[in-house]
Write a protein that binds this ligand. Structure first.
Ligand code: XIL
Length: 386
């Protein structure tokens, strides 16, 4: 069945979840020798990172910055746009799409034979939707109009990029960690509720990109304070299964937070509950994707050597846990270099020392975290492909 932009929920309601969601791009780019992807590839894993648009030579985490591009081509086997595929970037108005920046990014990725993940088709929180969408007049038949808007958005993106995108974060961060309920947006209110909205998003994506892996992506993590968030995500994933919604994988964002210098002790305290969560997810049949790994160096001294050592050990412990799941094939970092990491703006350290969340420092020199990722990949059990 082909879903056109004219198709609404009524037609989608009868749509069976088609097979598909194979999820892995089959681009055969020999990994650069000596990089992380060379190790990952030997285990059937893909290592990747986010990247940005930029003017040629811009000091940004962009393909257009030769220093950053060199890290991408050296270490990565997959990329994801940091912001350029989000509604806020693509949808200046209800009727217009602006694809220029992402088009340039995917063209560069393709020229370098690097597959690209799609992030994201619906960031289900009012503050991450475009302002116009939150103030939108859905008219006399709001449900129809909201369905139309969602169908139009997802179908337009998926049809434009076709098989060039093999995996989508269809829905991002729908669960409110404060109380495990689903957020509401103006769109979901008009459409008849969050559950209907999220289900519809996945059905549209499956119809418009039947080849693609469809991911629910969220930041529930293993640190203390996440129990409620994890419970909400589990409930959502159970609901998807019960209703036959085509969701292939859980995207575990992995913005992890150090708990102190004694990483071994902290990891030992965290891993039991984390494993119970991942076991519950995988036993429902979902695959796992690490979509946005970086490290917030909390509860660590400013001293760089000690801080970097703890960040590296924490990364290693986390990746060992995650890679022990054969359902995990793709590991994406939310930035290769501290120089461009969003963490600095999102949550600066109280002592004003610069954050060090990424494998490369601000001068593009590999840090202990880089070696930790290499070691975790080296230790991983090879993935067996059917
Ligand atoms: C962040 C970007 O890194 C920032 O540049 C932007 O200002 C806000 O979004 N979870 C997600 C990502 O799913 O899209 C977020 O990216 C980080 C948290």
């Amino acid at each position: 069945m082909h879903i056109t932009r004219r198709t609404g929920l009524t037609m989608l309601a009868g749509l069976a979840a088609t097979a598909g969601g194979a999820g892995r791009a089959h681009m055969h780019r020999p990994a650069a020798p000596g990089g992380l992807q060379a190790i990952a590839a030997s285990k059937g894993i893909r290592l990747g990172a986010c990247f940005a648009w930029g003017m040629p030579g811009a000091d940004r985490g962009s393909f257009a910055n030769p220093a950053y591009a060199a890290l991408l081509t050296r270490d990565c086997g997959i990329l994801v746009p940091e912001n350029e595929l989000k509604w806020q970037a693509l949808r200046p108005t209800p009727t217009r799409f602006d694809f220029a920046r992402f088009d340039a990014m995917i063209a560069w990725a393709q020229a370098n034979a690097l597959p690209v993940r799609g992030h994201n088709l619906l960031w289900h929180q009012p503050k991450w939707m475009p302002r116009w969408a939150e103030n939108h007049d859905f008219g006399a038949t709001p449900r129809r109009a909201a369905e139309q808007l969602l169908v139009d958005h997802i179908t337009t993106v998926c049809e434009r990029y076709g098989t060039r995108i093999q995996s989508y974060d269809v829905v991002n961060e729908a669960v409110n960690p404060a109380d495990a309920t689903l957020y509401q947006t103006a769109l979901s209110r008009a459409l008849g509720g969050s559950t209907a909205t999220l289900d519809l998003a996945f059905h549209i994506a499956r119809a418009a990109a039947p080849h693609a892996q469809l991911v629910y992506n969220d930041y529930m993590s293993w640190e203390p304070g996440n129990a409620q968030h994890r419970a909400g995500v589990l409930r959502l994933l159970e609901g998807f299964k019960a209703r036959g919604v085509p969701v292939d994988a859980l995207g575990v964002q992995s913005h992890i937070i150090t708990q102190g210098v004694d990483t071994r002790v902290h990891i030992a305290a965290l891993e039991g509950e984390w494993r119970r969560f991942l076991d519950a997810v995988t036993s429902m049949g979902y695959a796992l994707v690490i979509t946005e790994l970086d490290v917030r160096d909390a509860a660590l001294p400013a001293d760089i050597a000690r801080r970097d050592a703890a960040v590296a050990a924490y990364t290693r412990g986390y990746l060992d846990q995650m890679l022990s799941y054969p359902q995990l094939d793709d590991v994406l970092l939310w930035g290769m270099s501290d120089r461009y990491s969003w963490i600095e703006g999102f949550e600066p350290r109280t002592d004003k020392a610069r954050r060090r969340p990424c494998p490369y420092d601000r001068a593009f020199k590999a840090k202990p975290m880089y070696a930790a990722i290499a070691a975790a990949l080296t230790a991983a059990t090879p993935r067996i492909r059917g």
